[in-house]
Ligand binder design. Sequence first.
Ligand code: ATP
Length: 359
Amino acid sequence: MATVTFRGVTRRFHGTTRNAVDRFDLEIGDGEFLVMVGPSGCGKTTTLRMLAGLEPVDSGSIHIGERDVTNVPPKDRDMAMVFQSYGLYPHMTVEQNIGFPLRTSGMPKAQRAVKVREAVDLLGLGELLHRRPGELSGGQRQRVAMGRAIVREPQVFLMDEPLSNLDAKLRVQTRTQIASLQNRLGVTTVYVTHDQTEAMTMGDRIAVLNHGKLQQVGAPQELYDAPANEFVASFIGSPAMTIWSTRLRGGMLDLGGASTRVPDTVAQLAGDREVRVGLRAEDFAVAADGETGLRMRVDLVEELGSDGYLYGRAALPGGELPLTVRVDGRHHAQIGDTVTVLPNTRRLHLFDAATGERL
Ligand code: ATP
């Protein structure tokens, strides 16, 4: 079983004051597609490199199935890595590049040809066999790099931002291809990206990191619907959730003039105090004439066809609140308009003002 387990894995670089990866615990299931996501510098690459054996572990351990691989050299870990830079050999053809790991492992030529053919068919590279990397597009090079990983039939695939050199359209196409390929092959995969859309669309589960610490791990929808803290709430979902400070008093939440009752469970837990409250763009509705709600001045209109977003500000007693509101594609607000929006109070996310943890 190619499960991957991190137990309290920690790494600190020489001369730094903070752990780059701090007591990282995670269990990845056999055949699972796990996406690690987080902002630049959060420790994703370091975590992946420790799993690959390219970076030492200061404390904690890493296991593949039952085997402790913490101190096992990279070549003996039975993993294949696809990097952002692809790492193809420029003087070799597509066929030679894909077959390279098999040649170095001493596989006979005839058997190698069969394996390469299988990978080439899977990836739709049949017509490019005799080209060199310099004669391929970015997307084709990316597929050759995938092919080289596939032929090794590893227990685990590791991918570090493999789509970041592709243009936006190709990235969307290729992410679907990688996800369906992984699904067909059923190989445990750890995929690193800073792009939350990639994480949401590709992963069986997503692990969100910040400052070297695991913030939350769960299915994409779980993270979207019930973010464990304010960081996950603002990182997952595009456009970002609107989050503001307000007061919770006697089970009532002040929403800029209007007040709303919170569920009893939260009221008991939270008592009377400052809280942070979050709402996604789709959880605001534009009010009909005469209804009262948050008065928002529109600063920017983004029309996407089927729907759109209004970006603006609402004046609250404590200051201005920057708001993002999703509207129907046929809504024709203009920059400078004032619209009244109604928060869907059943969809509020509440966070502790001091710790940022979900209430
Ligand atoms: P990015 O998305 O920008 O690649 P990341 O999430 O992959 O970022 P890491 O590359 O894992 O982040 O880096 C985590 C932290 O460790 C960062 O603060 C980084 O500056 C630091 N770091 C990484 N490599 C080294 C090194 N060799 N020496 C010192 N500090 C390092």
